[in-house]
Design a protein around this ligand. Structure first.
Ligand SMILES: NC(=O)c1ccc[n+]([C@@H]2O[C@H](COP(=O)([O-])OP(=O)(O)OC[C@H]3O[C@@H](n4cnc5c(N)ncnc54)[C@H](O)[C@@H]3O)[C@@H](O)[C@H]2O)c1
Length: 336
């Protein structure tokens, strides 16, 4: 199988590329714009494999997509490229509409033209990777199912919901063999540390305030990223066109419980944990402008990407890391 993966330098995309080239032995062309969220070093294990190729391109650039399809002749598309951080979508929604909606549209159109000209059309698959955030909040409603109505609540989840509807429409209207997956929060290596788990680990190690929004009782389900990658590889081979598949980890936890688990693993003594916990309670009660206590459970600031000694795409290419700090953790409390 020759798979065109979009967003393969991101957190989940890099796990997918490593798996498809490694365990599955597939050929992969990774199409990625290399935004701040990309980390090319996470692809080091396969960077020199003859089955792996990289094309730096924006999925909004239709001409670039057409020439990549023509050059690499994929037998499947696995579409992960997205702006993925809920909090960023609240302070600046334009890139979310551009990449997640317009970019998905351009990719669907490029795939449709390519698919229509194929001899062996039946074997082609377009797997569109989405999020369970399109269903809104699960609080008090049990689990999401494939037929749970869409109720997105942030610019991020609304842009992903729009992309899902476009992808399904390209199946029903044009017969493009689209398979849609909706996944819960992922965790694992090489995630950009603006997201809850890596941010909490780095801040706990550095004795800095820990990021929890409000009372921390928002519940999310957590899935290990390599399990998600395995699920997506299964969809490439066995996913039925027109179907939707939900992926979850069967591991629902309140955000505060996740932070406390990390404290247990990272902080050396119970005393230190107690100090952090009481400092955190104080931090939530502090008025704006007060200085936050060290290692308290609180809102926080971003750390650097320390995955495997990696640098971000921006720093790897010689430019500096974006200076504007991302917004504080939001009530949406989702991850992407
Ligand atoms: N992280 C999660 O917990 C989670 C959960 C469910 C679903 N998802 C979905 O999975 C996918 C991957 O998520 P992630 O956490 O790995 O994201 P990420 O932010 O870590 O990576 C996104 C990648 O897409 C690339 N990209 C962004 N805009 C692009 C563009 N216009 N053209 C080409 N490449 C572009 C970036 O450079 C980056 O490498 C997304 O579609 C996201 O909505 C994520």
């Amino acid at each position: 199988m020759r798979v065109l993966v979009t967003g393969g330098a991101g957190f989940i995309g890099s796990a997918v590329c490593r798996r498809l080239v490694g365990a599955n032995g597939f050929s992969v062309v990774n199409v990625d714009k290399l935004t701040y969220a990309a980390n090319p070093r996470s692809l080091d294990p396969i960077a020199h494999d003859p089955r792996y190729a990289f094309e730096r391109a924006d999925i909004c650039d239709r001409a670039a997509l057409d020439s990549i399809f023509a050059k690499h002749r994929p037998t499947a598309v696995l579409h992960l490229a997205a702006e993925s951080h809920v909090d960023r979508s609240i302070t600046g929604s334009a890139p979310f509409v551009d990449t997640n909606v317009v970019g998905t549209y351009q990719l669907l159109e490029a795939a449709r033209r390519y698919h229509a000209a194929l001899d062996r059309r039946a074997r082609f698959r377009f797997v569109h990777v989405s999020t369970d955030e399109v269903f809104g909040s699960a609080d008090g409603e049990g689990r999401f199912h494939e037929d749970t109505p869409y109720r997105p609540s942030s610019p991020y989840s609304a842009s992903k919901a729009a992309a899902d509807h476009l992808a399904h429409a390209w199946y029903t209207t044009y017969g493009l063999p689209v398979v849609i997956s909706n996944c819960s929060n992922n965790y694992g290596p090489c995630q950009f540390p603006e997201k809850l788990i890596p941010l909490t680990i780095l801040n706990a190690l550095d004795g800095r305030p820990l990021p929890v929004y409000g009372d921390g009782l928002n519940v999310r389900d957590w899935l290990y990223v390599d399990d998600h990658a395995e699920g997506l590889a299964t969809l490439l081979a066995h996913g039925r066109p027109g179907e939707r598949y939900n992926f979850g980890g069967d591991a629902e936890k309140a955000n505060l419980a996740v932070v406390e688990l990390i404290c247990d693993a990272v902080m050396p003594s119970t005393l230190q944990k107690r100090e952090a916990s009481s400092a955190g309670v104080r931090a939530r009660a502090l008025p704006a402008g007060s200085s936050a206590p060290s290692a308290g459970i609180s809102t926080t600031e971003p750390g650097g990407n320390r995955c495997a000694g990696a640098s971000t795409a921006a720093s790897a290419s010689g430019s500096s890391r974006p200076q504007a700090p991302p917004p504080q953790p939001s009530p949406h409390a989702g991850e992407g």
